[in-house]
Design a protein around this ligand. Structure first.
Ligand code: TXE
Length: 489
């Protein structure tokens, strides 16, 4: 249960330090109940223009990029304190709009606060390089400067969480921001924008425009006044953004889909592996870009392991996200539920064996935790991102077999390995083609650790020093010492 009760809130945009009324509205029906939980502004290209102009002014003439790193760090730490005070309310907003268990939403908000704390530390540690002995008596300084106006395009699966992976790093670097949350889950972004402005981020330095991908996201990507776009979402939209951004020569970072393998060797601690494998795929109802949706299990233990896994999957509590014991919440929308169920049908049609689940649960957009065995690399449920609580199991022999199957995917976001053999652990960690690898644990993140993908899972990194530096530009400055020889001799 929560100490916070929410009434239906109506949100405007947040531009130049103020909430701006909507011209059009989006009614958000909670996926767990079908009832109205919030109203968001349906932004237009004009709203984007206003927000980008405010961010541009704040970057070109405002104080934020010109503060010292220590001053920006102090403001970010004030944001941390303000976020702590409002954490339960923000978690509740995400739980209602996403349909995710409140306890998981609380974890997302705690994660976002951790990013603000780490970004405050990075803000005080911005430095370049110095070359003291270049040829002809010159010196070289490599400065690191804020990249400019950053557009942050955020999806619906972790509204506060992914906001936290981007916004504090942008601010720490000295960028000004226009954020666009998903049209399905915009509440927490507007709340946090107001809160961080009250905590001291100056007007115009942080703006939010809500609404649909087209026109809002599209206008941001096409705007000549946006210098950098950080996007998390589908691979298809990422490709569209890359094409649109090319027209205005802006830099982009794309964190896209995944089809991560969860690989269980016969020598693993099987209790941990069962527990971790369930979490890896059913956490956030499988609506997680790094979800371990392909279970690769070593032949010698496959039957026993899958039996245990299917039994435990059937015991997970699916339903009301606000219940204390909720483990698997609702899917994000009726359309998405239909997509997930079409993959269940496709698994059956292509000859995979349904071990458990496979049905919709009454009373909301809930789907039973589902496991297919006998999946082959040709099947759609092995290759395509389902983004729901559906696990596709295949079997392998030895390290070579595991590597071949795991890397047989267009994606490269994350992979998990369960083994007690140190040689197996290290050679798998080196040979898996993905931006993250977990060994005897799964889906961990930490602000210090960069996050992103290989192959179709995107490019660029967020979080960590690399994610912070993505919001900076390098400038090479040459300085001649003393009188130099005439250029033309
Ligand atoms: O994603 P979109 P959708 C995957 C997952 C899911 C599928 C579709 O497989 O089933 O994508 O989800 C904004 N220019 N992921 O349709 O469209 C949009 O408004 C600029 C993986 O919701 O990529 C939202 O804010 N922006 C994923 C954001 O992009 C545009 C998380 C993501 O929406 C735009 C979510 C445009 N032309 C879905 N069109 C992950 N990597 O975690 C849309 N948007």
């Amino acid at each position: 249960m929560s100490s916070v009760e929410l009434t239906v809130r109506e949100y405007g945009h947040f531009i130049d330090g103020e909430e701006v009324a909507a011209t059009g509205q989006i009614d958000r029906l909670g996926p767990a109940t079908g009832e109205l939980v919030a109203r968001f502004a349906a932004g237009t290209a004009t709203d984007v223009e206003a927000a980008v102009s405010a961010a541009r002014r704040a970057f070109d003439r405002g104080p934020w990029p010109r503060l010292s790193g220590a001053e920006r760090a102090r403001v970010l730490l004030d944001c941390v304190a303000a976020l702590h005070e409002r954490a339960e309310e923000i978690a509740m907003i995400d739980a209602l709009e996403v349909g995710k268990p409140l306890r998981q939403a609380r974890g997302d908000v705690a994660g976002a606060i951790g990013h603000f704390e780490y970004a405050a530390a990075l803000a005080q540690d911005i430095h370049g390089e110095t070359f003291t002995d270049l040829e002809n008596g010159r010196m070289g300084f490599v400065f690191r400067e804020p990249a400019g106006v950053a557009a942050l395009i955020i999806p619906w699966n972790f509204p506060a969480g992914i906001f936290g992976q981007k916004a504090p790093y942008a601010l720490a670097a000295g960028c000004t921001v226009v954020a666009k949350p998903s049209e399905l889950t915009s509440g927490s972004a507007v709340e946090i924008a107001r809160l961080i402005t009250e905590a001291g981020v100056p007007a115009g330095a942080f703006n939010v425009v809500t609404g649909y991908g087209d026109p809002v996201g599209q206008a941001l990507v096409e705007s000549p006044d946006v210098d950098f776009v950080s996007f998390t979402g589908s691979t298809a939209t990422g490709q569209r953004i890359a094409a649109a951004a090319a027209g205005s020569h802006k830099r982009i970072a794309l964190e896209l889909g995944g089809k991560s393998a969860n690989i269980v060797f016969a020598d693993a601690d099987l209790d941990d592996a069962v527990d971790g494998s369930l979490f890896s795929v059913f956490y956030n109802a499988g609506e997680c870009c790094v979800a371990g949706t392909r279970l690769l299990v070593e032949e010698a233990i496959a039957d026993e392991f899958l039996d245990r896994l299917a039994r435990r999957a059937g015991e997970l509590t699916v339903g009301d996200p606000l219940a204390d014991d909720a483990q698997v919440g609702a899917l994000i929308s009726p359309d998405h539920l239909e997509k997930v169920m079409s993959y269940v049908a496709s698994g059956k049609e292509e000859g995979a064996r349904l071990l458990t689940g496979g049905a919709q649960v009454d009373g909301g957009l809930f789907v039973e935790p589902t496991i297919f065995d006998g999946v082959t690399p040709q099947m759609r449920i092995f290759r395509e991102e389902i983004f729901g609580p559906v696990l596709s199991a295949a079997r392998f022999e030895g390290v070579e077999g595991a590597v071949a199957l795991a890397n047989d995917t267009p994606y490269g976001l994350g992979n998990t390995v369960w083994t007690k053999n140190v040689d197996t652990a290290l050679s798998m960690a080196k040979r898996l083609r993905s931006g993250s690898v977990w060994v005897n644990t799964s889906l961990d993140t930490a602000p210090q650790m960069p996050f992103g993908g290989f192959k179709a899972s995107g490019h660029g990194r967020e979080m960590g020093r690399a994610g912070f530096e993505a919001f900076t530009e390098l400038k090479s400055c040459y300085i001649a010492i003393g009188k130099r020889d005439p250029y033309f001799g």
